[in-house]
Design a protein around this ligand. Sequence first.
Ligand code: M6P
Ligand code: ZN
Length: 182
Amino acid sequence: MENINIIDFESGFIKNFNVLQERHLSDLKDYFYYQEDVEKILIKEDPLIYKVYETKYELPGSLSYAVTEIEPGKVGPEYYFTKGHFHSKSAAEIYIIFQGEGILLLQNRSGDKKTYNMFRGAIINVEPDFAHRSINTGKEKLIFLAIYQSDAGHDYESIKEKGFSFLVIDRNGPTLIKNPKY
Ligand code: M6P
Ligand code: ZN
């Protein structure tokens, strides 16, 4: 018998992962729009924004998966989010949401955009060639499983420079506004 990995469907917690990434505000400071608020927070502390528990398979053609846990919180009016990335090659990804509330932003290089609500039980198809960012708009952690081609690759550069075309901010609740920097 081979060892088997185990996920707790209630919490999204995965027992055996082989890569843990922790992203703090200092890792994401270029990604948030409200730079004055970033500076104000960083003077005092460097909060955790999200963790990624990845189970990676290296064989060519294999799939890998990761559970991402985004903390609730904001930088100024902007909700906490993942950096967001394009894949280096044309490859899709599947998201399954376990806990919390959020918004998934997708956009491609031709200017097409899609937004999805993230909530427990939702299954979302991240199409090939769409950059994707998950935003926690709720009061608890946003937790989801992502399944993707092991060699899909992460391309962060264009997102770091201009961000996504929309910001998700708290204006009496989650609101999408055009990103002036885009
Ligand atoms: C999901 C997947 C991962 C990704 C993670 C965090 O789990 O899409 O591949 O690393 O979210 O997103 P990012 O890499 O954009 O910070
Ligand atoms: Zn991806």
